[in-house]
Design a protein around this ligand. Structure first.
Ligand code: AHM
Ligand code: MG
Length: 315
């Protein structure tokens, strides 16, 4: 009998408390995967006409995915609020405003890839709210990565996968349409210590700040790594986790503090990479997991991957 998401219930300090929420993430993932498959027929692709809080064009499907995710979190009964890349403010779940858990989410990361039927993903993390009993505030979810309780992503590729950690290793589950379950397909994922690929938008190299261009050249010579870049963080991180190497998005002249969001993208991926035995840095001497968040939509540079490749890059 295949193991399902329930296998996480016996893991980590809070595995069983996380189960209803992770099951909710799984339901949202399945709904979003169906939405993606039918999107072209439902006129759900293309711009929604608005911008998110970061001034980026929102696609209709970003907003639909955001709604689906929020509703699934509401239905768990254990989530007091959801912070989303698509929403300027924290979304309070009024019926359960005294619940313990806050979920942070990028509901549909890499959605610019949908024009070419490329892979996209949902990225999430779960934190315990800082205050108790009152209506949760933004300050409740400004929790550093080393206090995250669970994190993961759903990858919408040729198959739909949910990769997750509750603080005791990383496990990958693949949606089996025949059994209508996520089944454990990649138990105890470990990032290879060496080999793999480097993954970066190298067209920005001339604009990178802090000498990253020279560091990358040195790392390429030292490690001999080849390059792969989808431009969809979940796909790029999934490859990095399975094959090794390093994914980076440095600060540049346009994105002076980096492009990727600390709470919705950097921390969840850093948590997974650390749990898989890799390294998750925001600079040569600071782990992403040690950055104290100051705002919901804060951005940071990221260098995530095999220790050897990250050390070679930042050393
Ligand atoms: P999004 O949240 O607006 O989709 O942006 C995040 C995406 C990531 O998936 C990806 O790693 C990055 O943007 C790619 O950026 P670029 O196109 O600048 O290389
Ligand atoms: Mg994103």
């Amino acid at each position: 009998m295949a193991k399902t998401l329930n296998a996480l219930a016996t893991k980590g300090e809070h595995g069983s408390a996380m189960m209803p929420i992770i099951q909710g993430v799984g339901r949202a993932g399945v709904e979003i995967s169906y939405l993606l498959r039918g999107a072209v027929f439902r006129d759900a692709l293309g711009a929604a006409g608005g911008e998110n809080v970061q001034g980026e064009q929102q696609q209709k499907i970003d907003l639909l995915s955001d709604e689906i995710f929020l509703e699934e979190m509401r239905s768990t009964g254990y989530v007091c609020a959801v912070g989303s890349e698509e929403q300027a403010d924290l979304q309070v779940v009024d019926e359960y405003a005294d619940a313990d858990w806050i979920v942070l989410v990028d509901p549909l990361d890499g959605s610019s890839n949908l024009d070419i039927d490329g892979p996209v993903g949902t990225i999430f993390s779960i934190v315990r709210r800082k205050s108790r009993g009152t209506t949760p505030q933004e300050s409740d979810c400004l929790v550093a990565g080393n206090e995250v309780v669970a994190a993961g992503y759903v990858l919408y590729g040729p198959s739909t996968m949910l990769v997750c950690s509750v603080g005791e290793g990383v496990d990958g589950f693949t949606w089996n349409p025949n059994s209508a379950r996520f089944e454990l397909s990649h138990a105890n994922m470990r990032i290879p210590a060496s080999g793999g690929y480097y993954s970066v938008n190298e067209s920005n190299a001339d604009r990178w700040l802090g000498g990253v261009g020279e560091s990358l050249q040195r790392m390429k010579t030292e490690t001999g790594l080849g390059m792969r870049y989808v431009g969809s963080m979940v796909a790029d991180m999934h490859r990095t986790l399975l094959k090794g190497g390093v994914f980076l998005y440095p600060a540049d002249e346009t994105n002076r503090t980096g492009k990727l969001r600390l709470l919705y993208e950097a921390i969840p991926m850093a948590f997974l990479i650390a749990q898989a035995g890799g390294k998750s840095m925001t600079s040569a001497d600071t782990s992403v997991l040690d950055v104290q968040p100051e705002a919901l939509h804060q951005r940071v540079p990221v260098y995530l991957g095999s220790s050897s490749a990250v050390d070679s890059l930042l050393g």
